[in-house]
Design a protein around this ligand. Sequence first.
Ligand code: ZN
Length: 218
Amino acid sequence: MKTVLILSGGMDSATLLYDLLAHGDSVEAIGVNYKQRHGKELACAAELCHGLGVPFDVLDLSSLSAFLTGSSQSDPNVAVPFGKYDEPSMKLTVVPNRNMFMLAAAGAVAIARKADRLAYGAHAGDHTIYPDCRPEFVKAMTEAFGLCDWHTLGLHAPYLDMTKGDICKRGVTLGVPYEKTWTCYVGGEHPCGKCGSCTERAEAFEFAGIPDPLLAAA
Ligand SMILES: [Zn+2]
């Protein structure tokens, strides 16, 4: 099966990359540059793919960034909030319509390449804060992909009901090199340890019962 994967360079999509390869899929990965504050994740995605011999292309949507105001991840005037993801302040990290524009752009590539499906790593922990990670959104996008072109593209979001901890556990069995993934939303040289993403990542590794190799490497 030919699968185009949206690879952010974070833990979830990196695990999905290894999962798809273990499943025997022919995988081509796509990163999306929307001038995200944590742009370092794309370098991680490139390195992961290079090591696996998986093709990796970056779609440059950086001109969109100037219009994505109000989100800490795309607007330099909004600071990244610290704390846990269930706090109202975390809504500042929501990038306007992010998953729809990423799925639409990567979906166009997938259709052009006659892929069977487009995969992305939305998971259960995202539901409370990110509306475009909800099962209802995935269902609607699946229907849209069935209507948007003569080539029918499937949408594959297998982690929708899994927590980040579940994904981490799975990734450990798959041998995902998590030291090569990037999660922190602040986007400095080292993980900040205080943003929602860092907090959630730490909880995932605690759940999996292993230390985060990225922190050990820092
Ligand atoms: Zn952080």
